[in-house]
Structures are given as C-alpha cells and as structure tokens.
Design a protein around this ligand. Sequence first.
Ligand code: DX5
Ligand code: ZN
Length: 216
Amino acid sequence: MAKLVAPSLLSANFLNLSHDIGMINRSEADWFHIDVMDGVFVPNISFGLPVIKHIKKEAQKPLDVHLMIVQPERYIDAFRNAGADWLSVHIEASTHLHRTLDAIRKSGMKAGVVLNPHTSITLLEDIICDTDLVLLMSVNPGFGGQAFIENTYSKIKLLKDLILKRNSNALIEIDGGVDDTNAAKLYNAGADILVAGNYIFTAPKPEEAIKKLKRL
Ligand code: DX5
Ligand code: ZN
C-alpha cells in the first residue's frame, strides 16, 4: 500500500505561489493537488489553465489535477498541455465516463474518477478496471477547510474490496478535512494518497505537517 501526501494548493498563498511550491518541492510531499472549480458543478470558482501552466514551471513533483467542472471531457487536451500528470473527473459530471477515462489515458495522463460523499461505490463496478485512481470526497467539494465526513471510512473499505475482487490497479485517494487526527485511520482503512489543504497551510511549519502525515 502506498502512503502518499498531496498538498492542495487551494489553501496556498495565491499572492506568493512560488514560495509555497518551493516548500512542497523541498518537503516529503509526493504530488501537487490542484483544484479546478467552474462555479457550475460546485458553487465556487478557483483558478484555471494559465495558473497551472505557471505552477508546472516550478513544480518538481507530479500535478494531480482534480476537475470540479461540468463536461470535463471538453478540456482533456488543455489540461495535458498545461502540465497535468493525473487528471480526475467527477462521476456526477460525466455522461460518458468510459470514453472520458480512455481519452485521458490516450493523451498520456493517468486517469481518475471522483465520487461525491453521497455517491455509491457500487457505481464503480463496471469502470474500476479502466481507471488509475479513485478519489473519494470526504467533504462536499467546493471549499477548503470543511469538516471530515466519517462515512468515508466505510466507503474506503467497500472500494478496497471492489479493487481486490476485480484485480484493479486503481489507487485510492481521499480529499477533504484530512488532518493528523484521521490520517492514520484513513491509511489503515486502505487509502493510498491523502490530500490536505487547510491542515498543511495553516500549520506553523507546513513542511513538518507534511512529514507528520507521512509518518502517522
Ligand atoms: C475541495 C477540494 C479539496 C480541498 C481540501 O473541494 O477538492 O482538495 O482543497 O482542502 P482541506 O484539506 O482544507 O479540506
Ligand atoms: Zn481536491
């Protein structure tokens, strides 16, 4: 089981992204988690392609791009060109999910499926072997700093069972409300990657907070 940490730049200082990118480069973090919101799929708007292109110039670790947008299939090439290494789309926003995942992989990126807290793991039964990653939202998407939803643990266990039953290679990523009180339990339940924004960027020493998540 992998034990990766992906700091979410949503909680970074947008006036000095370079500083926070440098901190993540130096830290024990594994990926950059990049949250893209369109104000339609979620009630918030974050940042888009031009900002990601600049992040890519300085980031020395893979970009894990989480699209919270409608019709994500329209932007696959654009995000590849901006520098995404992993591209994840919401199942709730994808009418033709199989085609979208296939297109993401064909464009040279790893493909991920994201589930909102209310979305059942059973919906993954016929797609689990066609995805490299499943991202389970442990808050309702749209904002950083929200409280972790406890039902996530049982979803991780159901997802892990499905992955093993189908011999899938999909990784399990958890996003929302992750901190030092739940990280160990999430890894133990079967999570491979933990996203954390608020916990890392409000810490007095963000690099230490990352180290703590990795060592729990
Ligand atoms: C929420 C985003 C998350 C968010 C997590 O819609 O997908 O990635 O940044 O932030 P925290 O760790 O603050 O809950
Ligand atoms: Zn996210």
